[in-house]
Design a protein around this ligand. Structure first.
Ligand code: 3PG
Ligand code: MG
Length: 347
Protein backbone atom coordinates (compact mmCIF):
# COMPACT_ATOMS: atom_id res chain seq x y z
CA UNK A 1 0.00 0.00 0.00
CA UNK A 2 1.31 3.47 -0.91
CA UNK A 3 1.72 5.65 2.16
CA UNK A 4 1.23 9.42 1.95
CA UNK A 5 3.97 11.64 3.35
CA UNK A 6 3.90 12.16 7.08
CA UNK A 7 3.22 15.33 9.03
CA UNK A 8 6.57 14.62 10.69
CA UNK A 9 8.21 15.80 7.46
CA UNK A 10 6.37 19.11 7.43
CA UNK A 11 8.05 22.35 8.44
CA UNK A 12 5.37 24.03 10.52
CA UNK A 13 7.50 26.40 12.59
CA UNK A 14 5.69 29.74 12.78
CA UNK A 15 3.08 28.49 10.31
CA UNK A 16 -0.70 28.35 10.32
CA UNK A 17 -1.79 24.74 9.90
CA UNK A 18 -5.20 23.56 8.77
CA UNK A 19 -5.97 20.11 10.16
CA UNK A 20 -8.86 18.02 8.91
CA UNK A 21 -9.74 15.66 11.75
CA UNK A 22 -12.72 13.33 11.99
CA UNK A 23 -14.45 14.77 15.03
CA UNK A 24 -17.79 13.30 13.95
CA UNK A 25 -18.49 11.87 17.39
CA UNK A 26 -21.71 10.40 18.76
CA UNK A 27 -23.70 13.03 20.67
CA UNK A 28 -26.24 12.57 23.42
CA UNK A 29 -28.39 15.45 24.65
CA UNK A 30 -26.02 17.88 22.96
CA UNK A 31 -22.95 16.44 24.69
CA UNK A 32 -20.12 14.27 23.38
CA UNK A 33 -21.17 10.68 24.12
CA UNK A 34 -17.86 9.08 23.14
CA UNK A 35 -14.66 11.05 22.65
CA UNK A 36 -12.53 8.32 21.06
CA UNK A 37 -12.19 10.25 17.81
CA UNK A 38 -11.24 13.44 19.64
CA UNK A 39 -8.55 11.69 21.66
CA UNK A 40 -7.28 9.96 18.55
CA UNK A 41 -6.64 13.33 16.92
CA UNK A 42 -4.51 14.63 19.81
CA UNK A 43 -1.08 13.21 18.87
CA UNK A 44 -1.06 15.14 15.60
CA UNK A 45 -2.25 18.34 17.26
CA UNK A 46 0.44 18.02 19.94
CA UNK A 47 3.13 17.32 17.35
CA UNK A 48 2.19 20.47 15.45
CA UNK A 49 2.25 22.53 18.64
CA UNK A 50 5.58 21.05 19.70
CA UNK A 51 7.02 21.84 16.28
CA UNK A 52 6.15 25.49 16.65
CA UNK A 53 2.95 25.97 14.65
CA UNK A 54 1.68 29.49 15.32
CA UNK A 55 -1.92 28.43 14.86
CA UNK A 56 -3.71 25.11 14.36
CA UNK A 57 -7.17 25.32 12.82
CA UNK A 58 -9.05 22.07 13.15
CA UNK A 59 -11.99 21.38 10.89
CA UNK A 60 -14.41 18.47 10.73
CA UNK A 61 -17.92 17.53 9.79
CA UNK A 62 -20.40 16.49 12.47
CA UNK A 63 -23.41 14.39 11.53
CA UNK A 64 -25.26 14.87 8.29
CA UNK A 65 -26.94 18.28 8.60
CA UNK A 66 -28.60 19.79 5.56
CA UNK A 67 -27.18 23.28 5.84
CA UNK A 68 -26.78 25.19 9.10
CA UNK A 69 -28.42 23.30 11.95
CA UNK A 70 -28.00 24.19 15.63
CA UNK A 71 -28.16 20.51 16.63
CA UNK A 72 -24.88 19.94 14.78
CA UNK A 73 -22.78 22.88 15.93
CA UNK A 74 -19.19 22.04 16.80
CA UNK A 75 -19.35 23.83 20.19
CA UNK A 76 -19.48 20.71 22.43
CA UNK A 77 -16.70 19.11 20.39
CA UNK A 78 -14.61 22.28 20.48
CA UNK A 79 -15.03 22.45 24.25
CA UNK A 80 -13.78 18.89 24.62
CA UNK A 81 -10.81 19.58 22.33
CA UNK A 82 -9.91 22.68 24.36
CA UNK A 83 -10.16 20.69 27.58
CA UNK A 84 -7.84 17.97 26.27
CA UNK A 85 -5.31 20.15 24.42
CA UNK A 86 -5.20 23.17 26.71
CA UNK A 87 -3.44 25.40 24.16
CA UNK A 88 -5.02 28.56 22.80
CA UNK A 89 -3.25 28.15 19.46
CA UNK A 90 -5.75 25.39 18.63
CA UNK A 91 -9.19 26.40 17.41
CA UNK A 92 -12.04 24.29 16.02
CA UNK A 93 -13.88 25.64 12.98
CA UNK A 94 -17.64 25.31 12.52
CA UNK A 95 -19.10 22.11 10.99
CA UNK A 96 -17.82 21.82 7.43
CA UNK A 97 -21.17 20.41 6.30
CA UNK A 98 -22.92 23.68 7.10
CA UNK A 99 -21.43 24.77 3.77
CA UNK A 100 -23.27 23.23 0.80
CA UNK A 101 -20.00 23.12 -1.15
CA UNK A 102 -18.34 20.66 1.24
CA UNK A 103 -19.87 17.41 0.04
CA UNK A 104 -19.51 18.51 -3.59
CA UNK A 105 -15.73 18.82 -3.21
CA UNK A 106 -16.24 22.45 -4.18
CA UNK A 107 -13.04 24.38 -4.78
CA UNK A 108 -14.55 27.68 -3.65
CA UNK A 109 -15.23 26.31 -0.19
CA UNK A 110 -11.78 24.70 -0.15
CA UNK A 111 -10.30 28.15 -0.83
CA UNK A 112 -12.21 29.57 2.14
CA UNK A 113 -10.78 26.83 4.36
CA UNK A 114 -7.25 27.30 3.02
CA UNK A 115 -7.38 31.08 3.34
CA UNK A 116 -4.61 32.28 5.65
CA UNK A 117 -3.17 28.77 6.12
CA UNK A 118 0.31 27.59 5.09
CA UNK A 119 0.08 23.82 5.47
CA UNK A 120 -2.71 21.23 5.33
CA UNK A 121 -2.71 18.03 7.37
CA UNK A 122 -5.32 15.36 6.86
CA UNK A 123 -5.74 13.24 9.96
CA UNK A 124 -9.37 12.33 9.31
CA UNK A 125 -9.08 8.65 8.57
CA UNK A 126 -12.80 8.19 9.26
CA UNK A 127 -13.61 10.59 6.41
CA UNK A 128 -10.83 9.62 4.01
CA UNK A 129 -13.31 7.75 1.81
CA UNK A 130 -15.06 11.06 1.10
CA UNK A 131 -13.87 13.34 -1.70
CA UNK A 132 -15.10 16.50 -0.03
CA UNK A 133 -13.70 20.06 0.03
CA UNK A 134 -12.11 19.58 3.45
CA UNK A 135 -10.66 16.13 2.72
CA UNK A 136 -9.79 16.43 -0.95
CA UNK A 137 -10.07 19.78 -2.80
CA UNK A 138 -8.19 21.67 -0.09
CA UNK A 139 -5.27 19.24 -0.25
CA UNK A 140 -4.58 20.51 -3.76
CA UNK A 141 -4.33 24.12 -2.60
CA UNK A 142 -1.71 23.79 0.15
CA UNK A 143 1.36 21.64 0.80
CA UNK A 144 -0.38 18.60 2.24
CA UNK A 145 0.63 15.86 4.65
CA UNK A 146 -0.93 12.88 6.40
CA UNK A 147 -1.49 13.05 10.15
CA UNK A 148 -0.25 10.44 12.61
CA UNK A 149 -3.66 8.83 13.11
CA UNK A 150 -4.28 8.52 9.40
CA UNK A 151 -0.92 6.81 8.95
CA UNK A 152 -1.40 4.50 11.91
CA UNK A 153 -4.82 3.44 10.63
CA UNK A 154 -3.40 2.65 7.20
CA UNK A 155 -0.66 0.56 8.77
CA UNK A 156 -2.95 -1.50 10.99
CA UNK A 157 -5.79 -1.94 8.53
CA UNK A 158 -3.26 -2.75 5.85
CA UNK A 159 -2.67 -6.00 7.72
CA UNK A 160 -6.16 -7.10 6.73
CA UNK A 161 -5.22 -6.58 3.09
CA UNK A 162 -2.24 -8.89 3.19
CA UNK A 163 -2.15 -12.58 4.13
CA UNK A 164 -4.70 -13.12 6.82
CA UNK A 165 -5.41 -16.11 8.98
CA UNK A 166 -8.69 -17.79 8.15
CA UNK A 167 -11.53 -18.10 8.76
CA UNK A 168 -12.07 -14.38 8.28
CA UNK A 169 -15.44 -13.31 9.64
CA UNK A 170 -16.86 -9.93 8.71
CA UNK A 171 -19.71 -8.65 10.84
CA UNK A 172 -21.56 -5.55 9.82
CA UNK A 173 -24.57 -3.53 10.90
CA UNK A 174 -25.39 0.10 11.51
CA UNK A 175 -27.62 2.63 9.88
CA UNK A 176 -25.74 3.74 6.77
CA UNK A 177 -27.11 0.91 4.68
CA UNK A 178 -26.85 2.48 1.24
CA UNK A 179 -23.21 3.42 1.82
CA UNK A 180 -22.24 -0.03 2.90
CA UNK A 181 -24.02 -2.30 0.48
CA UNK A 182 -21.77 -1.43 -2.44
CA UNK A 183 -18.73 -1.97 -0.28
CA UNK A 184 -19.99 -5.30 0.99
CA UNK A 185 -20.63 -6.44 -2.54
CA UNK A 186 -16.93 -6.00 -3.34
CA UNK A 187 -15.73 -7.29 0.01
CA UNK A 188 -17.78 -10.43 0.28
CA UNK A 189 -15.24 -12.51 -1.60
CA UNK A 190 -12.50 -11.74 0.92
CA UNK A 191 -14.42 -12.93 3.96
CA UNK A 192 -15.25 -16.56 4.67
CA UNK A 193 -18.42 -15.64 6.50
CA UNK A 194 -20.43 -12.42 6.52
CA UNK A 195 -22.77 -11.80 9.43
CA UNK A 196 -25.27 -8.96 9.10
CA UNK A 197 -27.40 -7.32 11.78
CA UNK A 198 -29.16 -4.03 12.35
CA UNK A 199 -31.04 -2.05 9.76
CA UNK A 200 -28.89 -3.52 7.01
CA UNK A 201 -30.27 -6.99 7.72
CA UNK A 202 -33.84 -5.67 7.55
CA UNK A 203 -33.19 -4.22 4.11
CA UNK A 204 -31.34 -7.26 2.79
CA UNK A 205 -34.29 -9.37 3.73
CA UNK A 206 -36.51 -7.31 1.43
CA UNK A 207 -34.04 -7.13 -1.43
CA UNK A 208 -30.59 -8.71 -1.46
CA UNK A 209 -28.28 -7.47 -4.20
CA UNK A 210 -25.28 -9.45 -2.87
CA UNK A 211 -24.07 -12.42 -4.88
CA UNK A 212 -22.68 -14.38 -1.94
CA UNK A 213 -24.27 -15.87 1.15
CA UNK A 214 -24.73 -13.74 4.22
CA UNK A 215 -26.04 -14.82 7.57
CA UNK A 216 -29.01 -12.75 8.66
CA UNK A 217 -30.77 -12.71 12.05
CA UNK A 218 -33.31 -15.46 12.62
CA UNK A 219 -34.88 -13.64 15.56
CA UNK A 220 -35.12 -10.00 16.55
CA UNK A 221 -36.18 -7.76 19.38
CA UNK A 222 -39.25 -6.24 17.79
CA UNK A 223 -40.71 -2.88 18.77
CA UNK A 224 -44.17 -1.49 18.09
CA UNK A 225 -42.68 1.85 17.08
CA UNK A 226 -39.32 3.58 16.79
CA UNK A 227 -38.93 4.88 20.31
CA UNK A 228 -36.81 4.19 23.36
CA UNK A 229 -39.71 2.97 25.51
CA UNK A 230 -41.71 1.22 22.79
CA UNK A 231 -43.62 -1.97 23.58
CA UNK A 232 -41.19 -4.74 22.59
CA UNK A 233 -40.48 -8.46 22.63
CA UNK A 234 -38.46 -11.24 21.02
CA UNK A 235 -39.84 -12.66 17.77
CA UNK A 236 -38.72 -15.02 15.06
CA UNK A 237 -38.21 -12.77 12.03
CA UNK A 238 -41.19 -14.29 10.23
CA UNK A 239 -43.47 -13.74 13.22
CA UNK A 240 -42.80 -10.05 13.76
CA UNK A 241 -46.22 -8.35 14.04
CA UNK A 242 -47.24 -6.23 11.07
CA UNK A 243 -45.59 -2.76 11.03
CA UNK A 244 -43.33 -3.61 13.98
CA UNK A 245 -39.63 -2.89 13.67
CA UNK A 246 -36.68 -5.14 14.45
CA UNK A 247 -34.47 -2.92 16.64
CA UNK A 248 -31.96 -5.54 17.79
CA UNK A 249 -30.89 -9.09 17.00
CA UNK A 250 -32.58 -11.71 19.18
CA UNK A 251 -31.00 -14.20 21.62
CA UNK A 252 -30.87 -17.10 19.15
CA UNK A 253 -29.04 -14.93 16.60
CA UNK A 254 -26.67 -13.61 19.26
CA UNK A 255 -25.67 -17.17 20.08
CA UNK A 256 -25.24 -18.18 16.46
CA UNK A 257 -23.15 -15.10 15.65
CA UNK A 258 -21.08 -15.61 18.80
CA UNK A 259 -20.29 -19.21 17.93
CA UNK A 260 -19.22 -18.24 14.39
CA UNK A 261 -17.03 -15.49 15.84
CA UNK A 262 -15.53 -17.94 18.33
CA UNK A 263 -14.14 -19.98 15.42
CA UNK A 264 -12.69 -17.00 13.56
CA UNK A 265 -8.96 -16.27 13.23
CA UNK A 266 -9.53 -12.81 11.78
CA UNK A 267 -12.49 -10.55 12.56
CA UNK A 268 -13.61 -7.23 11.26
CA UNK A 269 -16.63 -5.66 12.95
CA UNK A 270 -18.33 -2.48 11.78
CA UNK A 271 -21.72 -1.17 12.86
CA UNK A 272 -24.02 -1.97 15.79
CA UNK A 273 -26.63 -4.76 15.63
CA UNK A 274 -29.47 -2.48 16.63
CA UNK A 275 -30.38 0.75 18.35
CA UNK A 276 -27.90 0.07 21.13
CA UNK A 277 -28.17 3.60 22.55
CA UNK A 278 -31.53 2.44 23.96
CA UNK A 279 -31.10 -0.10 26.78
CA UNK A 280 -33.94 -2.38 25.63
CA UNK A 281 -32.23 -2.82 22.26
CA UNK A 282 -28.58 -2.98 23.33
CA UNK A 283 -28.13 -6.66 24.18
CA UNK A 284 -27.32 -7.80 20.63
CA UNK A 285 -24.57 -5.25 20.12
CA UNK A 286 -23.20 -6.01 23.59
CA UNK A 287 -23.16 -9.72 22.82
CA UNK A 288 -21.21 -9.07 19.63
CA UNK A 289 -18.77 -6.80 21.48
CA UNK A 290 -18.25 -9.62 23.97
CA UNK A 291 -17.80 -12.23 21.25
CA UNK A 292 -15.38 -10.11 19.24
CA UNK A 293 -13.33 -8.74 22.10
CA UNK A 294 -13.50 -10.89 25.20
CA UNK A 295 -14.16 -14.39 23.91
CA UNK A 296 -11.83 -14.49 20.94
CA UNK A 297 -8.11 -14.65 20.33
CA UNK A 298 -8.51 -13.71 16.66
CA UNK A 299 -6.78 -10.73 15.05
CA UNK A 300 -9.71 -8.38 15.53
CA UNK A 301 -10.40 -4.96 14.13
CA UNK A 302 -13.40 -2.91 15.18
CA UNK A 303 -14.22 0.18 13.15
CA UNK A 304 -16.79 2.96 13.24
CA UNK A 305 -17.79 5.48 15.85
CA UNK A 306 -20.83 3.54 17.09
CA UNK A 307 -19.19 0.12 17.33
CA UNK A 308 -16.29 1.72 19.15
CA UNK A 309 -18.65 3.47 21.52
CA UNK A 310 -20.33 0.13 22.26
CA UNK A 311 -16.94 -1.45 22.85
CA UNK A 312 -15.95 1.37 25.21
CA UNK A 313 -19.20 1.17 27.12
CA UNK A 314 -18.58 -2.54 27.63
CA UNK A 315 -15.02 -1.75 28.81
CA UNK A 316 -13.61 -3.96 26.06
CA UNK A 317 -11.65 -1.58 23.84
CA UNK A 318 -8.30 -2.89 25.02
CA UNK A 319 -9.28 -6.47 24.19
CA UNK A 320 -9.25 -6.08 20.41
CA UNK A 321 -6.21 -5.89 18.14
CA UNK A 322 -7.04 -2.53 16.59
CA UNK A 323 -9.79 -0.01 17.26
CA UNK A 324 -10.30 1.97 14.08
CA UNK A 325 -11.82 5.44 14.08
CA UNK A 326 -13.19 4.72 10.60
CA UNK A 327 -16.28 2.71 9.78
CA UNK A 328 -17.10 3.31 6.12
CA UNK A 329 -13.49 4.30 5.49
CA UNK A 330 -12.09 1.04 6.84
CA UNK A 331 -14.64 -0.96 4.84
CA UNK A 332 -13.63 0.84 1.65
CA UNK A 333 -9.97 0.34 2.45
CA UNK A 334 -10.66 -3.38 2.88
CA UNK A 335 -12.08 -3.42 -0.63
CA UNK A 336 -8.56 -2.60 -1.75
CA UNK A 337 -9.36 0.94 -2.88
CA UNK A 338 -7.07 3.90 -2.37
CA UNK A 339 -9.18 6.38 -0.44
CA UNK A 340 -9.58 9.84 -2.10
CA UNK A 341 -8.40 11.68 1.02
CA UNK A 342 -5.22 9.59 0.98
CA UNK A 343 -4.70 9.53 -2.79
CA UNK A 344 -4.53 13.32 -2.94
CA UNK A 345 -1.54 13.56 -0.56
CA UNK A 346 1.88 13.06 -2.19
CA UNK A 347 4.27 10.34 -0.99
C1 3PG B 1 -18.32 8.30 9.96
O1 3PG B 1 -18.81 8.52 11.08
O2 3PG B 1 -18.46 7.22 9.37
C2 3PG B 1 -17.46 9.33 9.31
O3 3PG B 1 -17.30 10.44 10.15
C3 3PG B 1 -18.01 9.72 7.97
O4 3PG B 1 -19.30 10.26 8.09
P1 3PG B 1 -20.24 10.29 6.80
O5 3PG B 1 -20.62 8.85 6.50
O6 3PG B 1 -21.44 11.12 7.18
O7 3PG B 1 -19.45 10.86 5.67
MG1 MG C 1 -20.36 7.31 11.81
Amino acid sequence: MRLPRSVREADVDGKVVLVRADLNVPLKDGQVADDTRIRASLPTLRLLLDNGASEVRVCSHLGRPKGVDDAFRMAPVAARVAELVGDARVTVLENTRFNPGETKDDEGYARELADGCDVYVNDAFGSAHRAHSSTHAVAQLLPSYAGLLLLEELEHLGKLLGDIERPFVLISGGAKVDDKLGVLRNLGGRADTVLIGGKMAEELRVENPLDFDVELPSDVVGAAEFSEDAEHGVYAVDDLPYAWLGLDIGPETRERFASTLAGAKTIFWNGPMGVFEWPDFAAGTKAVAQAVAANSSAFSVVGGADSVRALNEAGLADRVSWVSTGGGASLELLEGKELPGVAVIPS
